[in-house]
Design a protein around this ligand. Structure first.
Ligand code: MG
Length: 375
C-alpha cells in the first residue's frame, strides 16, 4: 500500500470566458448567441462563443465564416483582451488565497493542488464552492470546477459539468467515472493514436483496461505506459506552479494553405495578442520574438529577433513579427500551411501591476533589478 497521501486537485475553468465577460458588460448581449472573434465574412477565427451560440454548433477556433453559416443570427464582436486579462488576474488573486500550488492553463483555466491549503479546509468540494462563489462575486461570471485525486481526473470532471457545474470524483469512484470515456478524450491522445486504437476496436477506458501493458504497447508504442496508467485513473503529473518557462508561443495550422499575406497577418496578430495576454497574466516579459512558417510543401523556416528591452505589449510583439515576416520569407508567393509566433528569453517581474497601465515606453534596464524602478 502506498504511504503517499491522496492528493486533492481542483481544475477550474471559466465558462465561455471571453463571451461571458462581454455578456456581463453589455446587458443587450445577455442570453443571445454571441461570437467573439473577427467579422463573419473574414477568415478570422472564433475566439469564444457563448453557450447560446454553441447550441448551433459554433466552437472556438472555427472560422467566423463557418460560424456565421451555422448561426446567422449571432452577434459578432471583436475581442477586448485587456478586459479578459484583468478578469484573469482577479481569478488568480482568488486562487492565491487558497494555495500557491497553481498551474495556469491559458487565461481562464488552472489546476490547484489543495491537499494542503491556506483555508485549512479538508473538504476540497467546499473549496471549489468557495472559489466559484468568489469568481461570481469578484468577476461576475461563472466557472466550472472538477475535483479529483489527480489532474487528469479533475479536468475531465470539470469538462463534464460545463457550464457552471461542480463535480467531485473521489478515488473510489474514479474507475466508474472513466469507464466509458472515449480514448480520444485521454490527455495526449491525438488523431493518429485514436485511429490505431479504433482499428483494434478499442474505444473506451474499459477497453484499454482489458489489455495487458504489452498488448497496448504493440498498438500504440511508447505512449502505451501513460495511456495504461490513465485508463486506470492514475496520473502522477504534479501541479506545476513554476513560472520560468523558456518561451511562450501560439501557432495555427490551416485546413487549406493560405497564399494571401494579409490573411496571414490577421492570424499573426491574433497570436501576438494571445501571447501578450498570457505574458501579462503570468507577470512575464520576453525579449526574443520568433516567427515560424511552414510552407505547403512542409518546408519550415524560423526567423528571430531579440529586442533591446523585454516587452509583453502586443504592439511591439506584432510589429516585430511583421518585420520578420517581411524580411526573407516567401509569404505571399508560396502557400503557407502553418504560421506561428513565440517569445523567449522570458523574465518574471514581481509586481507588475505598478507598471501595467503605463508600461514603460521609457527606458529602463530590467536586468538590473532595482526596487525603486517599480515603486
Ligand atoms: Mg474555459
Amino acid at each position: 500500500m502506498s504511504l503517499k497521501k491522496t492528493r486533492k486537485i481542483i481544475h477550474i475553468d471559466m465558462d465561455a470566458f471571453y463571451a461571458s465577460i462581454e455578456q456581463r458588460d453589455s446587458p443587450e448581449l445577455k442570453n443571445r448567441p454571441l461570437i467573439v472573434g473577427g467579422s463573419p465574412n473574414s477568415r478570422s477565427v472564433v475566439c469564444s462563443a457563448s453557450y447560446e451560440a454553441r447550441r448551433f454548433g459554433v466552437r472556438s477556433a472555427m472560422s467566423c465564416a463557418q460560424a456565421f453559416r451555422l448561426c446567422p443570427q449571432a452577434i459578432f464582436i471583436s475581442p477586448h483582451f485587456e478586459k479578459y486579462s484583468q478578469a484573469s488576474l482577479k481569478m488568480r488573486e482568488i486562487f492565491k488565497k487558497v494555495t500557491s500550488l497553481i498551474e495556469p492553463l491559458g487565461l481562464d483555466e488552472a489546476y490547484l493542488d489543495v491537499t494542503e491549503n491556506l483555508l485549512n479546509e479538508p473538504m476540497a468540494k467546499k473549496i471549489a464552492v468557495w472559489i466559484k462563489d468568489q469568481i461570481m462575486k469578484e468577476i461576475g461570471t461563472t466557472a466550472s470546477a472538477g475535483v479529483g485525486p489527480n489532474k487528469f481526473i479533475a479536468k475531465l470532471a470539470s469538462d463534464s459539468v460545463k457550464p457552471n457545474g461542480l463535480v467531485v470524483v473521489p478515488p473510489e469512484k474514479v474507475f466508474a467515472f472513466i469507464q466509458q470515456l472515449p480514448v480520444e478524450k485521454f490527455w495526449g491522445v491525438g488523431p493518429a493514436t485514436t485511429k490505431k486504437l479504433h482499428s483494434k476496436e478499442i474505444r473506451t477506458a474499459a477497453d484499454i483496461r482489458r489489455l495487458s501493458p504489452h498488448q497496448l504497447q504493440t498498438i500504440v508504442g511508447s505512449y502505451s505506459s501513460s495511456l495504461f496508467e490513465m485508463a486506470h485513473g492514475r496520473d502522477e503529473r504534479e501541479v506545476d506552479p513554476s513560472l520560468d518557462r523558456k518561451s511562450k508561443g501560439s501557432e495555427t495550422t490551416f485546413k487549406q494553405d493560405i497564399l494571401n499575406r494579409n490573411e496571414l497577418l490577421r492570424y499573426l496578430e491574433m497570436q501576438c495578442l494571445e501571447i501578450s495576454v498570457d505574458l501579462k497574466k503570468l507577470e512575464m516579459f520576453g525579449k526574443t520574438i520568433t516567427l515560424k512558417i511552414k510552407y505547403f510543401d512542409f518546408k519550415s523556416i524560423t526567423r528571430s529577433k531579440t529586442l533591446f528591452q523585454p516587452t509583453n505589449e502586443v504592439d511591439y510583439i506584432y510589429e516585430t513579427a511583421q518585420e520578420l515576416l517581411s524580411k526573407d520569407t516567401e509569404v505571399g508567393h508560396r502557400p503557407v500551411r502553418l504560421i506561428g509566433v513565440s517569445i523567449g528569453n522570458l523574465i518574471y517581474i514581481k509586481d507588475p501591476m505598478q507598471l501595467w497601465f503605463e508600461f514603460p515606453r521609457i527606458e529602463f534596464n530590467l536586468t538590473k533589478r532595482n526596487e525603486s524602478t517599480y515603486l
